[in-house]
Each structure stands twice: as structure tokens, then as C-alpha cells.
Design a protein around this ligand. Sequence first.
Ligand code: ADP
Ligand code: ZN
Ligand code: ZN
Length: 737
Amino acid sequence: MTFIAAPIVLRVVLSLPLPRAFDYLPPTGMVADAGWIGCRVRVPFGNRERIGMVDAIGAAAADAPDLRHALARLDVQPLLHGELLASLRWLARYYHAPLGEVIATALPAVLRDGEPLPETCVHGWLLTEAGRTALPAMRQRTRTRALAERIATTAVSEEVLGATIDDWRAAARALHRRGHAERVALAGGSDGEIAASAGHALNAAQREVVAVVLAAHDRFAPMLLEGITGSGKTEVYLEAIADCLARGKQALVLVPEIGLTPQMLRRFRARLGVPIHALHSGLADGERARAWTAMARGEGRVLVGTRSAIFTPLPEPGLIVVDEEHDASYKQHEGVRYHARDLALLRGKALAVPVLLGSATPSLESLQHALAGRYTHLSLRQRAGAASPPQVRVLDVRGRALAGGLCADAVTAIAAALARDEQVLVFRNRRGYAPVLLCHDCGWRACCARCDAASKGMAMTVHGGGRTLMCHHCGSRRPAPRACPDCGGLALRPQGQGTERIEEVLAERFPEALLLRIDRSTTQHRDALEKHLDALGDRPGILVGTQMLAKGHDLPNLTLVVVVGVDEGLFSADFRAPEKLAQLLIQVAGRGGRAGKPGSVLLQTHHPEHPLLTTLLAGGYPAFAALELAAREAAQFPPYGFLALLRAEATHDAAVQTFLGEARDAFAAVAGKVSIHGPLPAPMPRRAGRVRAQLHLSCPQRPRLQAALTSWVPRLHELKSARKVRWSIDVDPVDMY
Ligand code: ADP
Ligand code: ZN
Ligand code: ZN
């Protein structure tokens, strides 16, 4: 009898919702070794082909069915390796997501699809002979002429053109069509055409902060920079990045989607004097892959990007900055539900570089770390320029007539601002909150009797077309009262008045005023928002909008901010609602009066005495945060307790209930000290015709919650009922949706 050694196989992970690898023999004629790990391969799967990554190599199992050969190895060198691959493995474990899906999330689409790494050589534009002949006759003061003059004698890189001439691509295309210009490859990224410029002379507070940040290089140092809007945080980042570049290192800067504007990129470009690579949702797949690759090759020195930029390789890491670190857009809300800020800290630790988190309104998680001394706590308390902070006034609207949600005082103030040729922002805080029942006459609201003690009155949410109230914390239900239990009035209404309605009312009241509505439905893209605001310029007018308007783009002529719809945030079923509301109020208030003119803010509410409002007004965000942290601690909510959700949705309620019921039963065996609640309806219990519900897990210790999830999630994959629903695990959920 001859002894045959088991063949060495490739363990390949694929972008599938299955927590396992698949074994393949290497492509015919090739031998697998450790050098394959991190390389992409093309493999047969069912009757089609897929792209996967080699996770490991090993001996085939003795009882392995007939193994198929992989079709091709796509990378000579591993695409993912070292720290980044290790971080992705950690991510898969922590979020209980299949590694194949994590990798598919991390890679730019072009690379995920198996394409080779794109070329990263720099391209520029140059006039042709014909172009130089035609130049004197070109129309003056056109973009085309400006571009032609710029590239008449030497080629200028596309990156520099982007930073200096608006819409240059259209002009380049026009020149190219006439044979007047051509695209040329430039030698080795040499690009000294925009020199670094000195920033502002820093003020004393900024200098102090910068000194601390610079002292922390070449080791992991988490830092929280808490600085009010306009206090010069960005100047601090720029100093730190300039220093990082001077030391020959790369810098990664994360910004919220809405913050990554062309102006911002120009500011970075001008100050740092090197090409700034950008990654955001507005880019074509090819451009995203080029930015990723340029960083992977060390050619790119600074990358500014949104959430997914956290997956960029950093072979020469020097610094990671997370601007507006509290921003909810850092949390991915589908697929692999990672948090880019948390991942920034993980990578910073693995790479031994400082991680600088900045915000005017830090997340309570980060703030608690800073207060406990785990993060260096830095602050900037004054505006850097000439602007003074806005005046805030609370308008009690109980029992007052409201038109489109606005009270008479607000309308009068708007009229006055318009008469002074100034701009007004009417901010409607609506998105993200479930409807709560509120008495317009006295401010009474429905809250859960069973959950009162733990969390100062958990709001009950309106269901069943207004007939039922339900607590999303414990699941208890009762019929909605027909009259207010406190004042007997009949003015009970679920809160919620959209921006469209406000716009309508304002258009009637101010027919001659310029009116601009900005929300997800009018403004899908970041660029669209920029264009709207550019078009508005300094002209007097009214902006009506939601969250989108809370930050970005300076509006120097904006002097009045009216905030409506505060109350749902005060009493939402979501324990994070007060934090989000406080952050929004501070951000929105920061929009007013940025240049010389003083700004004012009017807050409409049924609850002028609410501690959130009074604390925020008297002591600002730090006072609010202290109060809220105490409440979170009492209720054992994050950052004092840890949460995970199991979400499920299906067209039939029964499928969701069966799956969650079985999941809950399976949890009993692994629970340890972890509590479980549910099945509870999702805050939005129906979406796109699908029923949605969830289980809530919570535990005061993170490792215990993780241990329970690690035993539990594989069992969920085995449940038959799991196949009849769409389900997902959300670790450290941000939105309960
Ligand atoms: P933040 O990022 O905290 O909102 P920025 O860095 O954008 O603040 O600064 C706000 C404004 O103040 C910008 O217009 C910036 O150019 C200006 N600024 C920042 N630092 C200084 C300084 N030291 N002296 C003068 N102006 C400054
Ligand atoms: Zn009442
Ligand atoms: Zn309850």
C-alpha cells in the first residue's frame, strides 16, 4: 500500500454571507505556498466564476470531496498583507462578519472584481503645435483659454489643474477635440508646481495643542481635540500633517461625506504642497482604485477620504486624523457594519502612530475615554477668526398657533432678517426619529411605565396608525389615549412635520424671498449641495433643510437659525437621541454669524424646561455631556455597557418572529452574563414592504458580549429559519434602525 500525502490546498474566502473558507487545489501546474496568502485568485463556484482571496494554505481534509482547481492567481505579490490584513481579520472577528465580505468591503470595486492594480503614474496636459498656433485667437476670459495658457509651454498635472482651475476637464476635452491639447504621462510624480504655503500664524491655544500633537509622533497616541466650530482645528491638523510629511511619513485623514468639499481639498493642497489623494462616493471606480494604489505604493503621501478610506494601505504611516469624529456617517449601516473611527484607533495602535480625533461635539464614547485619561484631551475654546458665538433663545410653543410648524415669533424674526438682506436657516430635525405622541397644549408625552426608572422616561412610539403605543426598549404595549392624561386636551399628535410643508408655508408668507430646500430628496450629492450654496452666495434668502445643512460650506451672511422639531429628539426611543440632538443643535448654531455679523438662534420647543436644553444653554456641550454620561452610566448604556443587535426582515411577520424566536432560544445556551431583549419591532417596523424586528443584547463587559456572540453567530447560520429572512449582526449599533 502506498501512502499518499494529502495535497496542499488554498483556503479561499469569497464575498458571500457564509462564515467559512472554500478549499481549492492550486491552478494546474502550480504549487501552493505561504506566498499565496493575501493574493487574489479566480475560482469556479457552482457554475460560475468568482474572485476570492487566499486566507491560508493547508492540507486537504481526508474526507474532502473532489476538490476543484483554482483557475488563476491574480497577484504576484499579496494585495493584502501585514498590518492591513491583520486589521481586516480583527474586523471580521469583532463584527462577526465573514472575512470574504470584509475584504470585499475594504477593497475598491475594481480590485474586488479582480482587475490588476491600476497604473498610478501622473498624467498632465500640454498644448499641441496646433494648439499653440491657435492660442492667440482663442476667446479671452474663457475657461478654455485659461487652461490653454496654463499648459502652453509645459505640461501641468491633472491634479494641479484640479486644484487651480474649476471644471478644467470640460475645457481639456474641448481642446482635445480640436486637436489643440493632448494628455501626456509625466515623469515620476515630480510635482513641485504648487509650493507649500505657510498657514495662519497660530494663536496661543493652537500652538499649545500642536506642540502636544507633534510630541506624540512614532507611537500610538489617541488624542481627542475638542474645539468649538471655527476654533482652528483644521489648522492644527494641517500643522500635524505637514510635520508628518517632513518626517517622510504618510497621513490619512477621515472626514464625513458632507465635509469633503473641493474647497477643503484646495485648502489642504495649498498648505501642504503635495498632491492630495481623495476618496469619496463621488469618484469613479477607477479613480478610487488609483488613490488606493498610490497610497499602497507609497507614491501618495496624503489621503483625505470618507468612511471607507480607513481601508487604505499605509506602508509608511505617520498620522491618522478623524475630523468630526462623532459623525454618524463613520458607521456603515449595511453589510459589514464597521465604525471607521474605531477602526482608525485599531489601525493607529497596530501601526504605532498617533490618532487625532477632532470635533466640536465629541461622541460620548470618545469623551469618556478622554475624561478617564485613556486619550489625551486637547481643547480649543475660542473662535480663531473675528466671529463671536451666536445668541440662543428658546421659544415656548405650547398651545401657540403654528403655521407649517413655525410660531409667530419665528416668522417675525425671519421677516426682520430678510429686511436686513441677510440669510436665514430653518432647520427641521426630522430624519432618524420615530414618531412619539405629544400634547401640543401642555407638552405631555407618552412614556413607558416599566422603563421609567432606568432611563428618565423611555418614549413610547406610535404604531398601528396612531392607535397603539409601544416601548422599543422593553416591548410593552398599550392603547394610545384619546385625550391628554395631564390636561384633558385633545391636541395629542404624533410629532413630525416635514421640510416640504415648512417650505410651502414660507413660500406663501415670503413670496418674494429666495427659498432653497435642502434635504436628501432635493440634494442627493455633496456636489449638489455645494452648487446650491454657491448659487445662493451672499444673496438674502431662506434655507430650509435637515441634517445636511448642519455643517460644511461657510455662509457669512447667515445670521438667523430657526430650529423646529426639537421635541422628538428630546423624547425619542433611541437612547442616543439626546446626544445626536445636542450635537446637531451646537453644529447648527455654529452656522450662524461666522463672519463679522452677530448670529442668533431660535429654538422652538414644547419643553423649555427640559434639562437637555437648559444645560446646553447654560454650560454648552461639556455640561450637557457630563449630564448625559451620568444618565448613560445609570442605565448601563454605552459607553458604560455594550450592545449588539440581531436584525431580521422579511415580507412575512411570521418568518421574522420564528427566526428571532429560535435565535433567542439558541442564545440561552451561550448567554453567560449577557442580557437579551426582544423580539422588538425595529424603530421603523416596516420598510419597503418588509417587516423588520430585532433582538437587543447588552452587557457591561465587552469581552463577555464578544464571547457570547462568537458562540452564538455560527448557530444562527445553521438555523433553517435563517434562510427565510434577511438578517445581520450589528455590534456597537449607532442607529437602532
Ligand atoms: P475648525 O476646523 O475648528 O472649524 P478652521 O481651522 O477651519 O476651524 O478655522 C476657522 C477659520 O478661522 C478659518 O477661516 C481659518 O482660516 C481661520 N483661522 C484658523 N486659525 C487661525 C489663526 N491662527 N489666525 C487667524 N485665522 C485663523
Ligand atoms: Zn396636555
Ligand atoms: Zn419599556
